[in-house]
Unconditional design. Structure first.
Length: 435
């Protein structure tokens, strides 16, 4: 190696006779493994800085992508010139977003929350998630910092000894070597103290506190979605005091969820399931209602299903635990209302069935009534003129056969759906909006 020429192409690695210098130093590398520069410096080929690692181990030691967009001016003025990795600023929505593997946490865009506190809210959530990861990578991070610091000292010493030969740098960025948890904590330390009365996120509840619905023995909280739509969450009124203390909820999806921070996991340990990967990142609000407020048990192989299909209706009598995954119990979109021109003695199509007005192959029977069975979907062709008769003569007998105590369960379903519709149809000042 003494007489060999070392050259460095554009990829940054040192080579000797078409072989990388680090592979020459380490020697034979088993199949499925490669050589990892622990401190991320390709020019640092000291043996202590090289390890034989799997691709998974290398990925865990790599610097994650930094959002190239500068932080908002309010953060730059506090000395925060880059956002933590996994946290980005969505300038279009005026909110911060935490990007984690297989999940995304959106911060508030409420104008009632300062820019600093919008950042603080997402930063605290990111810190909580990173603290759980720290244990598995802590030793590597400590070694990385030590090796990076030694590398910087060597680069500086070489430059001071022979400035014409060795340039002053580049140096390892120790701040990035420290891992994102330490950097996040550093950012948190630069933020001013949270003042009394300041909030980290928008109102969860309506401005007056909670919307009272005494006619149906319920309470509701109201949120405004990103597209400006009103979205309500219904609860039994006996949980009024508990609802007031709820953490912020994410209402961007089909069902309201909360970020599964360490504090929430400690507060609700029964919500943590080793078999449910999604539950390690987010809690379904309906699961919290079921297991903690109602004190009911949900087996790991069951999922909670709203009887009236409405995922934001969290009244106790509307929730039922059914075997299978959530994808096996998908809810239809919207309200399954029976057309006003059709008289079947019910306001809504019974649970387990639907109407398609364009699925029929016959011009005389363009409509199709579908009934979901345990093994297959049953279909009954009809027309606007015959739909009521087909429903009475064919669909109802089948539903009675498939669903135990169909009349009682359908009466409950119809009532739950009707009261849900009455809640979302409330207008004017009664239905205040929180953002």
């Amino acid at each position: 190696m003494d007489s060999a020429t070392i050259y460095v192409p554009s990829n940054g690695y040192a080579y000797i006779d078409s072989s990388t210098l680090h592979s020459r130093i380490v020697g034979t590398v088993p199949a499925g493994f490669s050589v990892d520069h622990i401190n991320w410096q390709k020019a640092d080929n000291r043996r202590d800085n090289l390890r034989i690692a799997t691709m998974s181990e290398q990925n865990s030691n790599r610097a994650e992508r930094v959002d190239k967009k500068p932080p908002p001016p309010e953060l730059i003025s506090l000395g925060i010139h880059r956002l933590p990795r996994r946290l980005r600023w969505d300038s279009g929505e005026c909110k911060f977003v935490v990007d984690l593997p297989n999940t995304q946490i959106s911060g508030t865009k409420s104008t009632q929350v300062s820019m600093v506190n919008r950042f603080r809210d997402c930063l605290l959530k990111l810190i909580a998630m990173l603290e759980e990861e720290e244990g598995s990578h802590g030793d590597v991070i400590d070694t990385r910092i030590t090796l990076a610091d030694e590398y910087n000292q060597l680069v500086q010493a070489a430059h001071l000894a022979a400035p014409d030969v060795f340039p002053d740098g580049p140096y390892a960025d120790i701040e990035t070597m420290c891992g994102e948890l330490m950097y996040c904590r550093s950012c948190l330390g630069k933020l001013p103290a949270l003042l009394h009365g300041e909030r980290l996120h928008g109102f969860l509840n309506v401005a007056s506190g909670i919307l009272e619905l005494p006619q149906i023995n319920c309470i509701a909280i109201v949120k405004l979605t990103n597209d400006g739509q009103r979205r309500i969450i219904l609860f039994d009124d006996v949980f009024r005091d508990t609802v007031i203390r709820l953490p912020a909820c994410d209402i961007s999806g089909s069902s309201p969820v909360m970020v599964a921070t360490k504090a929430l996991k400690d507060q609700f340990p029964q919500m943590v399931s080793e078999t449910d990967v999604a539950a390690k990142k987010k809690f379904q609000l309906k699961d919290l209602v079921w297991m903690n407020w109602l004190g009911r048990i949900k087996p790991d192989d069951h999922t909670l299903v709203p009887l009236n299909y409405q995922q934001y209706d969290l009244r106790g009598e509307n929730l039922v635990a059914l075997p299978g995954a959530s994808k096996e119990h998908k809810s239809p979109e919207g309200i399954p209302s029976v057309p006003e021109s059709v008289n079947i003695g019910m306001r809504f199509w019974p649970r387990g069935m639907s109407l398609a007005t364009t699925a029929g192959r016959s011009k005389t029977s363009p409509w199709v009534l579908y009934v979901r069975g345990p093994d297959r979907r049953n279909s009954f062709s009809c027309s606007p003129a015959t739909v009521a008769d087909v429903f009475r003569d064919k669909v109802l007998p089948l539903l009675a056969k498939l669903i135990p105590e169909f009349e009682e369960s359908n009466a409950l379903y119809q009532r739950l759906l009707a009261t849900w519709v009455s809640a979302i149809e409330m207008k004017g000042s009664e239905l205040s909006i929180s953002t």
